[in-house]
Design a protein around this ligand. Structure first.
Ligand code: FAD
Length: 379
């Protein structure tokens, strides 16, 4: 099998993966990012999720910085939306999706173009249409992953790895423990309609969310291949019954124009991390913080992410980024969204580059060294 070598290998080019790859390359690491689709941004592009949730605490203060802010400022470049200038608030204002927070919408397709520009500017090697299929270890340390694309099977060796697959797949392929939680079926689709329900692209083109966080929409883990198919087909049935109702009512025909190309499962799998964030961590200060995520539900003091939430207990040579870091329950809700994915992606990519340069295990990386190189912390 053909083998190639990199300093940093990032698996998955969602928001977290792109942030990790850009951060690693900006540290001078020879970096590759591997993506099974031909779009960048993961759920934020192929999943038709198009709201960049707040970087603020809901009380007028910015909490997330670095690549989370850079992506935020650039995500509207190819689309009809604009980035607000204010950092949210006032306290007690409407905290909902349309509330007065520092968040914005973007075109999912346009975001791919911007993310590609960011990878190009930082000199990252991008492999699209390439599926990571396996991982190899020496002792406890991951040393390579196997991938397949039209060139055949390729072994990609790395000095350090970032798992940004959104489901801890790279860690799992290397034998690490993966944890999960209950989800709800609430698909978002792009449609043409005479009764726009959400944010508009044009007068009639918009994204419609379906379903609710209710018992009847719950789906239990573990998520295997069969369950993903069942989940997606259930969303298609929900859509059919929605559009059938329109036909029966003989109203102006509404119809879908684009469906998500990724399963819209919010929480598939996360690493068993050295530290797992939980509901009690709101407002807590961590000595090894890599950045702070804003609570997108309502104003609160913010959620610091400790470096240890990115490091698996049972696997060496790999850091997690995005929605597969160590965060459970309500904390997973806070850290699974786009700005937090960018934040943890930057931290994981920076740490991976430093580990590769210094020949260190992520568990042994001195926090002071990482902190020196992060832009995700306030000055
Ligand atoms: C219904 C729904 C609504 C949401 N609403 C919002 C919202 O309004 N705002 C918000 O900020 N967030 C929202 N989110 C959450 C948010 O979109 C995602 O959690 C976030 O984008 C995750 O980013 P990520 O990079 O961690 O993972 P992902 O987006 O999952 O990216 C993982 C990437 O890895 C790739 N990959 C996976 N396996 C492999 C493999 N074997 N080989 C190669 N590539 C692989 C995937 O193709 C994908 O591109 C929503 C999520 C859902 C499901």
């Amino acid at each position: 099998m053909k083998e190639v070598n990199y300093d940093v290998v990032v698996c998955g080019a969602g928001v977290a993966g792109v942030a990790a790859a850009v951060a690693a390359a900006r540290q001078g690491a020879k970096t590759v990012i591997i993506e099974k689709q031909c779009l960048l941004g993961g759920l934020a592009a192929s999943g038709l999720i198009y709201i960049y949730l707040p970087l603020c605490d809901g009380n007028g203060k910015q909490v997330a910085f670095g690549l989370a802010e850079e992506m935020f400022r650039r995500c509207t470049e190819y689309g009809p939306f604009a980035v607000p200038e204010r950092w949210g608030g006032p306290a007690g204002g409407d905290p909902g999706i349309k509330g007065d927070r520092c968040q914005c919408c973007f075109s999912p397709a346009g975001f791919t173009l911007t993310l590609d520009k960011m990878l190009e500017e930082s000199g990252v090697d991008l492999w699209l249409d390439t599926l990571v299929t396996d991982a190899q270890k020496e002792g406890d340390r991951i040393v390579s992953v196997d991938a397949v694309n039209l060139s055949g099977k390729i072994r990609i060796a790395g000095r350090c790895f970032v798992d940004a697959t959104g489901c801890a797949l790279a860690a799992s392929l290397a034998g690490a423990k993966v944890l999960s939680e209950v989800n709800h079926v609430t698909p978002w689709i792009m449609e043409m309609a005479s009764d726009p329900s959400f944010f508009h692209f044009t007068e009639s083109l918009h994204i419609r969310p379906f379903g609710e966080h209710k018992e009847e929409y719950a789906v239990e883990p573990p998520f295997d291949g069969k369950k993903v198919t069942a989940f997606v087909r259930r969303t298609w049935r929900m859509m059919r019954s929605h559009y059938d109702a329109f036909s029966r009512a003989e109203r102006v025909k509404n119809y879908p124009v684009h469906l998500p190309a990724m399963p819209q499962i919010r929480k598939i799998g996360r690493i068993d991390a050295l530290y797992t964030l939980s509901e009690t961590d709101c407002g807590k200060h961590f000595d090894h913080a890599v950045g702070t995520a804003g609570n997108w539900y309502h104003p609160d003091p913010g959620w610091e992410a400790p470096y240890e939430a990115l490091v698996p207990k049972d696997l060496d040579g790999l850091l997690a980024a995005g929605r597969c870091i160590g965060a459970g329950g309500y904390a997973w809700e806070i850290f699974r969204v786009i700005p937090a994915a960018a934040l943890t992606g930057e931290a994981a990519g920076t740490a991976a580059a430093l580990c590769a340069q210094k020949n260190l295990s992520p568990k042994d990386l001195p926090y002071a060294l990482l902190k020196e190189h992060l832009t995700s912390l306030p000055d």
